[in-house]
Write a protein that binds this ligand. Sequence first.
Ligand code: R5P
Length: 373
Amino acid sequence: MAANGVRCGLDCVHCFGMAAVASWFEWLVSGAKYCTVYVISWWRESPSRGYCPDGSGRVVPIVSGSNSRPLAIDLAAELGWQHIPLESRRFPDLEGYVRIPSEHIEAVRSRSEPVVLVSTTYPDNGIIETLLLLEAISDVREGKTDSLKGGGPEGLLPVGPGVILAVPYFGYSRQDKRFQAGEVVSAKAIGKLLAGRCDGIVFLDIHSRSALEELGVPVVFTSCMPEIAHYLQQIVKPDFILSPDKGAIERASQVAEAIGCRFSYLEKTRIDAHTIVHKAKDLDVDGAIVTIVDDMIATGGTICRASEALISQGAVEVHAACAHGLFTGGAISRLDEFVNGVHAANSLQNPRAVISGGPALARGVLSLLEDLS
Ligand code: R5P
């Protein structure tokens, strides 16, 4: 028999010898393959490396300053990656201070993996914190130690690019156009500042993509609407989802579709920051449990006015859900008068943050890593 299983026409002793050697060789190769697979899976799942449920076998350092730590921890847990807390505090005069603690410098200087910084740009000091953290990470990765007064590592070699920024809530996203002559497109201005200091950005439930599509680095937009839909289905069990304006139609209809319930939207005119007017519309909500889904809630005015319209048309319960709970100037107590419940994702820390943005950020980060590879 020949080594490949085809019968040899000669049937000679020489052929049997060859067959024995070949099958011994096959056994050796399959044994080596088995051992390699075993060693790789042991290494990937070893507790010291962290379990890697993203399936890539990668362990990417996820770092955070002070403004997004719970979400950074959620993201790390979601992917089985390592969360590294960075130092971020304020001087007495309120200027910001950031530092990569000495014990984490080597992790941030990973050669094989980029670093993911989770940081919001809200309120304004979030912009400063994010920019300073990006700069600190780049400096450490470049091995910059010039003007170092205290002791510390010196003569570090650059480890190459690889800083990804994941922004749970992007402040200034609503100034995505020049609404009047002489205005600045603030979203683009801030976006460019960030893009100049990193290799890619993930935005969670951005208000409008238009100003952020050409920042010069790869950008991924991700959304926690699937998690909001899942939460609502479990806790609120709505019959009807309402978008409070045309801008939220895509988001809210996605939630309605995931839940499998009815959907409609209102047309909104904003007179000023505190005054909202909705165009009258017949909504088929008599006896219904309704959830108003928006990207963000700030003063709460949009939700309160939409809730009035729903209640006047017979809704028995009205809830509000959003990705970003800014809840400015007493918004929560105002909302409590108009809705039965407020449910927010944890892109910002607030008393109504009950839905994790971690899975959505994880999808965004994995997608960006794929784009960058
Ligand atoms: C605007 O179009 C946004 O999607 C929100 O509807 C708005 O920012 C909510 O603001 P407020 O809670 O102050 O009405």
